[in-house]
Design a binder for this molecule. Structure first.
Ligand code: FE2
Length: 197
């Protein structure tokens, strides 16, 4: 058993990273050990938030500080559930808490000022994440991915983003055409699982 990681302590830890890190890559490197600590906590996701929704992956806000400088979210992936290819427009980390998911990464290729669409997406990697693995995203070059659970067991991932991602205007991409559409993916819970105190 690991010691429960106090949310106020997490606020202080992440604030210290944000105060000193230069650039998104330094931020995700700085925040990674704190996500690692969260992933080690068996009680992090209460039982009532561990069940997948029937029609789509579930997105449960666990915690965010008052200033919304970051947010911790649990995603519950039923077997065969998938998230379309999307961006975030903010730094983020994705930790594997239970089961396994497959992540496909994409890079934008600029097709030129006058091209329509302006970009095309190139698949640059695919990885299966298992318990304890941590991946990351940040704009502009490491921001686009698709995540799926192609397995027969459900999966849970824990994410930390540099904003309340449930309010973030971002995009779902169509790999085949290079087009995209605006999206806001709201949390599936009304209030955070853990209240800011
Ligand atoms: Fe994502």
């Amino acid at each position: 058993m690991s010691e429960p990681y106090d949310w106020k302590q997490l606020e202080r830890d992440i604030a210290a990273v944000l105060a000193t890190a230069e650039g998104n890559r330094a931020i995700v490197d700085g925040v990674r050990p704190y996500l690692q600590r969260l992933l080690a906590q068996e009680e992090l996701v209460p039982a009532e938030y561990r069940t997948p929704l029937p029609h789509k992956y579930a997105q449960y806000l666990l915690y965010k500080p008052e200033d919304e400088s970051f947010a911790v979210i649990a995603f519950v992936w039923g077997p065969k559930q998938t998230a379309p290819v999307h961006d975030h427009l903010v730094w983020g980390l994705v930790g594997l808490y239970e089961g396994a998911v497959v992540e496909k990464r994409y890079r934008r290729n600029d097709r030129g000022e006058t091209a329509d669409p302006r970009y095309e997406l190139r698949e640059v990697g695919e990885a299966t994440a298992r318990r304890g693995d941590i991946s990351f995203v940040y704009p502009p070059d490491y921001d686009i991915h698709g995540v799926s659970n192609p397995f027969d067991e459900q999966a849970i991932t824990i994410h930390i983003y540099g904003t309340d991602i449930g309010k973030q205007q971002r995009h779902i991409h169509d790999v085949a055409t290079g087009g995209h559409r605006d999206v806001v993916t709201k949390h599936d819970n009304e209030r955070p699982v853990y209240a800011a105190v």
